[in-house]
Design a protein around this ligand. Structure first.
Ligand code: ADP
Ligand code: MG
Length: 342
């Protein structure tokens, strides 16, 4: 009884001081932050609010599905802004859709939260739904639980039947390409880890590349019928391209001198270090893909209007494995990707 009385008294004083805000319920969180603001799609028959969502898959299409989990401290820095966490949770899945040549359509969100922090939730939803809106993706459901901070988006998209890009189609002689400026995000993360928060100049752009990676959705869709194999790089080129050559049962020769090194990257890293960022830095979400020689003209015509750069960086070879060509010599490419269990 004494204990309860003391509790009641201290509660009363807290309420008087205006400190207590009634925590949001699970229902209120869903209603306020996730149910209202997303884009509407006519192919969503039933969205948030029932036991499951119902969507219409158009005839003649394949459904492409992926999921990615982000755990605080493991997949994003502890003090990353809520907007950036929300953006990233959506972006990594859009990038998987891009790598498949799929048009992203619907997403669900599984969210684990230590406490219902309203301003964090508002920022997170802004980043997540803002990017979904840019790509016409409807948030159709999810799950909200109390626990360590983690967010997992599951996404589904569409391709005309049989046209999805895969990892296993590359053939010897196919040319290898990469979009954008790989390595910049890894350099940005390194700057962040050194404590840089509001940088100026080139560092600002690198940090933005880490915080706001641009999923190459339009490029992936354009590569349908053109690329023989495609991946997005999340764990570093050496690791991810390793998966591609393994799936295709072939090898790849990278022309080290052809690797694109952006001005910003060159400004914060010496040439050796810059190359290491390009080859082994994760978090870029650029596309690496192979194009058969017979499709090169068609490819170049399409890529001319892309909003991002594209660079030819090597070719597919018969011997399995990853190789580097430097000054005309071919040698095994050093491993350097990021493996979560290593
Ligand atoms: P159930 O118990 O039937 O699984 P919930 O009570 O968990 O349903 O969720 C109620 C509705 O809210 C469901 O339609 C679910 O998909 C949706 N939902 C729950 N959490 C989220 C979230 N974080 N984002 C979007 N929708 C959510
Ligand atoms: Mg239910």
């Amino acid at each position: 009884v004494m204990f309860c009385a003391a509790m009641a008294q201290s509660f009363a004083s807290i309420i008087r001081a205006g400190i207590v805000t009634v925590p949001l319920t699970e229902f209120e969180i869903i209603e306020r932050f996730f149910a209202a603001p997303g884009p509407q799609r006519s192919d969503v028959c039933l969205g948030i609010g029932d036991d499951a969502a119902i969507m219409q898959v158009p005839a003649g299409h394949d459904l492409v599905s992926c999921v990615d989990m982000l755990v605080r401290g493991q997949h994003f820095p502890e003090d990353m802004a809520a907007e950036d966490v929300g953006y990233r949770a959506m972006a990594v899945n859009l990038s998987d859709m891009a790598a498949m040549g799929a048009e992203p359509a619907w997403a669900t969100l599984a969210l684990s939260l230590p406490e219902p922090d309203e301003s964090w939730l508002a920022g997170f939803a802004e980043g997540l739904i803002g990017l979904a809106r840019e790509h016409g993706v409807a948030l159709v459901g999810g799950d909200t639980v109390k626990g360590p901070l983690a967010a997992s988006v599951q996404m589904a998209g569409l391709v005309p039947s049989g046209t999805a890009l895969r990892r296993d189609g590359a053939q010897p002689g196919d040319r290898l390409f990469v979009t954008g400026a790989p390595g910049e995000a890894a350099a940005g993360l390194a700057l962040w880890q050194r404590g840089l928060r509001v940088p100026q100049g080139p560092a600002a752009r690198l940090l933005r590349r880490f915080n706001r990676p641009q999923p190459r959705v339009a490029q992936g869709i354009d590569l349908r019928g053109i690329a023989s194999a495609c991946i997005d790089v999340s764990d570093g080129l050496a690791a991810d391209l390793g998966h591609l050559v393994q799936a295709s049962g072939i090898g790849a020769v990278i022309e080290l001198e052809s690797l694109p090194v952006s001005d910003e990257l060159a400004e914060v890293a010496d040439p050796m270090q810059a190359r290491r960022y390009v080859l082994s830095g994760g978090d870029d979400y650029e596309l690496w893909f192979a194009v058969p020689v017979r499709g090169l003209l068609d490819f170049e015509r399409r890529a001319r209007v892309w909003a991002c750069a594209v660079t030819e960086i090597g070719e597919i070879c018969e011997s399995p494995g990853l190789f580097a060509r430097v000054c005309g010599e071919i040698e095994p490419l050093e491993e350097g990707g990021f493996d979560h269990f290593r």
